[in-house]
Design a protein around this ligand. Structure first.
Ligand code: FES
Length: 356
């Protein structure tokens, strides 16, 4: 699977909050199949900003049933793309967009009778909103609870849409807001969503409930602590799904394991779109994606933080180690898939394919 960015027109821009806009794309008819998606997936978007190509991944907040492709972009401090989207982009502008991707998926089935628990913090709501809508639209016997963390009332993205879902699906959907900077009169809805908070949710809102699926999107601390809280309460880890929310390409990285070993030279062969090229690498130098790009290769990527999996490829020969991996599940790693933006060669020869 090579890189394919399409010029896609912005059909609609809506100001969702003071610092967040949503973009709806006008997908041409001949790309409709290519742009089919599952709730929870994201779009990789690129644009030239101040002379530089800037690429980011944004989760779709619409559902496949709605037939639209919509993402929300919250303006973050020093965020090049998010500022551009909030301040400059307008209806009718063209952006370069990749087809939907991502492993954070909720597949619905009309026969399901599941109890889903969703967690979102800030703009982590985007894939979660898509999932909730899919459940409500397609699983009449299932129920959904959303715990949604924000600074306060005015920073809730999609507030009206969520409220109207709550009113429309009274029996199926409940929503609990948690505010870090506003007091709404009770302690359980105050602060941040963490382990302690989730322990409290389990004793109150979720008391005696069987839980079939937990879906989280937000910062690493929320994901880690809520997951631990569920595991301590006997919820099987297979039922817990998450996507790390990242607002920029500057993810903090853990130490590359290869730096602990003696540095050595490696010949990395990369296959893409039926073609191949070689890279001479140091085991403790740049990661595979960065070095390939420095050498002029056009490889797929978005976050460069080990989060989105756009840069996924399969190791066919040799070994690599990843600095971090927030995107691939254990089965994919077992099958040899790696995130090239996090990968360093661990053998003198490596063959890696974007086509498998
Ligand atoms: S580019 Fe997102 S995980 Fe590598």
């Amino acid at each position: 699977m090579g890189v394919q960015l399409y010029d896609i027109k912005i059909k609609e821009i809506t100001k969702e909050t003071e610092d967040c806009v949503s973009l709806t794309f006008d997908i041409p008819n001949d790309l409709k199949n290519e742009f089919n998606f599952f709730s929870g997936q994201y779009l990789t978007i690129e644009n030239k900003i101040n002379g530089e190509n800037v690429r980011r991944a944004y989760s779709l907040c619409s559902t496949p049933d709605e037939g639209i492709h919509k993402v929300a972009i919250k303006k973050i401090k020093d965020g090049v793309f998010s500022s551009y989207a909030n301040d400059i982009l307008k209806k009718g502008d063209l952006l370069r967009v990749m087809k939907p991707m991502g492993n954070f998926i909720l597949n619905t089935d009309i026969n399901n009778s599941n109890n889903y628990i969703f967690y979102a913090a800030g703009s982590g709501i985007t894939p979660i909103l898509s999932m909730i809508k899919s459940v409500l639209l397609n699983e009449p016997k299932s129920s959904a609870t959303l715990f949604y963390g924000n600074k306060g009332f005015s920073s809730i993205i999609f507030r009206e849409e969520l409220e109207s879902l709550k009113n429309k699906y009274l029996e199926q959907f409940r929503m609990v807001h948690v505010f870090s900077k506003e007091n709404i009169g009770n302690t359980i809805q105050q602060g941040r969503i963490n382990r302690e908070k989730n322990d409290a949710f389990l004793k109150t809102f979720l008391k005696n409930e069987d839980i079939d699926g937990v879906y989280l999107c937000g910062p690493e601390s929320m994901i880690k602590e809520v997951s631990e809280s569920f595991k301590n309460h006997g919820v099987n880890k297979e039922k817990i799904h998450f996507e790390l929310f990242t607002s920029s390409s500057s993810q903090k990285k853990s130490t590359n394991k290869s730096t602990k070993q003696k540095s050595f030279d490696s010949l990395v062969t990369i296959q893409i779109d039926g073609d191949s090229f070689d890279l001479e690498m140091k085991s403790d130098g740049d990661n595979i994606l960065d070095l390939a790009q420095k050498n002029g290769a056009d490889l797929p990527f978005a976050c460069k933080g080990g989060v989105c999996c756009t840069c996924k490829a399969k190791v066919l020969k040799g070994k690599v180690s990843m600095e971090v991996n927030y995107a691939l599940d254990a089965d994919e790693v077992e099958d040899g898939y790696v995130l090239t933006c996090q990968s360093h060669p661990q053998t003198k020869e490596v063959l890696i394919s974007f086509d498998d």
